[in-house]
Design a protein around this ligand. Structure first.
Ligand code: NAD
Ligand code: ZN
Length: 364
């Protein structure tokens, strides 16, 4: 009998400019009858310099506030040490975990929420449906749009010991509540805004070009592409309406991910991240820039978007890479069999040969 995946989405969200002010009420509702249970706020370090930012979101003096290190994207070690740090500070049964930031911070908060209620370490849960108990109630507050981490069922982490870049794919990883306030994204650097925003565009380009399809996923993806065209081709991407549309696109892109796979861009981008340490958004852009032969329409549109927004994509990042590094990139990309099969079919190795992959990397 055919098995039908039983898709879960985020059960609740508030949306709109200024909606961050409803966060304190949502947190307080989780503190228990006596109101004594502390909350954990995991916040992007950009907001360190913003004085009472956590308090403006309703954080109390007895809550645990931590700024997540975003210099490197989440690693199992970083997640484990943040958990140890919270436990050492006496936080054992938090009422709620609030993640405020981009994909790095949102994913870290998801992992921490699961690890408070499931024994073991972050690396024990890299895979599919390994999390056995619901995590601590968690609220996601994105401050940059594109990854869809706010609405997806995974939290991507790299394990440097095994070389595995894989998340806790689980229904328990999905946020219980989102606060989607596009005013929060107004301070993002323009290039970064573009790189992260393009993640939503690229996820959906890859899904719609793939072999594994779902009518609901396709519908989300098509809407995301329309929204991205409006944001990146029609006026300033960082205008109030641009930021609002991109927040919607990011949310819908995360929902689309639940029913589909990515294609060739993400695997090659992962190679750049693993070997050169490039962050996800910019690595995706560098990759799409070199993949006109596989995605001609999207590539042309992407070039028009770069032009329209006056942003820059790093060039020549592989120019000084050694043969060993280039081969390591190919190895890392080749691990992503499902996306490559989705894009090119089961015979993908005869289409995207190592020689061809090396040629693509040399062009980046
Ligand atoms: P990020 O979270 O690393 O943030 C990028 C930069 O933007 C940081 O320097 C941060 O300080 C800054 N920033 C964030 N909000 C800001 C604001 N309001 N004002 C000024 N600066 C701000 O970047 P990202 O692209 O959102 O996330 C990348 C991560 O997301 C990667 O680890 C990737 O693997 C992950 N990801 C997860 C999923 C998922 O489904 N869980 C999907 C795609 C990507
Ligand atoms: Zn992505």
């Amino acid at each position: 009998m055919t098995t039908f995946p039983n898709i879960k989405n985020v059960p609740r969200y508030v949306f709109g400019p200024g909606s961050r002010h409803s966060l304190s009420t949502l947190v307080d509702a989780r503190r228990g009858r006596n109101g004594h249970n502390p909350a954990v706020y995991l916040i992007d370090p950009f907001f360190t310099g913003h004085g009472d930012f956590p308090q403006s979101l309703g954080a109390r003096t007895d809550d645990a506030i931590r700024y997540v290190d975003v210099a490197e994207e989440p690693t199992t070690d970083a997640v484990n040490s943040l958990l140890d740090d919270l436990r050492a500070a006496g936080v054992n049964e938090p009422a709620v975990i609030v993640g405020v930031g981009g994909g790095t911070t949102l994913d870290t908060a998801k992992a921490i929420a699961n690890l408070f209620t499931n024994p073991g370490r972050a690396e024990d849960y890299q895979g599919w449906d390994l999390v056995k108990h619901p995590g601590v109630y968690k609220i996601g507050v994105p401050t940059i749009s594109g990854t869809g981490a706010e609405s997806s069922r995974t939290c991507v982490m790299t394990n440097h010991r095994t070389g595995l870049k894989l998340g806790m794919n689980s229904d328990y990883t999905i946020y219980d509540q989102l606060v989607l306030d596009p005013e929060l994204t107004s301070t993002v650097d323009r290039n970064q805004f573009f790189y992260t925003g393009m993640d939503a565009y690229i996820h959906c380009v890859e899904s719609l070009a793939g072999r594994y399809r779902s009518p609901i996923g396709d519908s989300f993806s098509a809407t995301v592409l329309e929204l991205c065209k409006r944001v990146f081709l029609d006026g300033d991407m960082m205008s109030a309406s641009g930021r609002e549309n991109l927040m919607v696109a990011s949310y819908l892109g995360g929902c689309a991910l639940a029913t589909s796979f990515v294609g060739i861009i993400h695997p090659l981008s992962a190679g750049l991240s693993v070997v050169l340490g490039l962050h996800h958004g910019v690595a995706n852009c560098i990759t799409l820039n070199a993949l006109a032969e596989f995605y001609p329409e999207a590539h042309a549109q992407f070039r028009a978007m770069i032009e329209a927004q006056g942003v820059s994509i790093p060039a020549g990042v592989c120019a000084s890479a050694s043969d060993e590094q280039l081969n390591a990139m190919c190895d890392a990309a080749s691990l992503h069999e499902k996306p490559l099969t989705n894009a090119l079919g089961p015979e993908y190795k005869s289409i995207l040969t190592r020689e061809r992959m090396l040629g693509l990397y040399r062009r980046m």
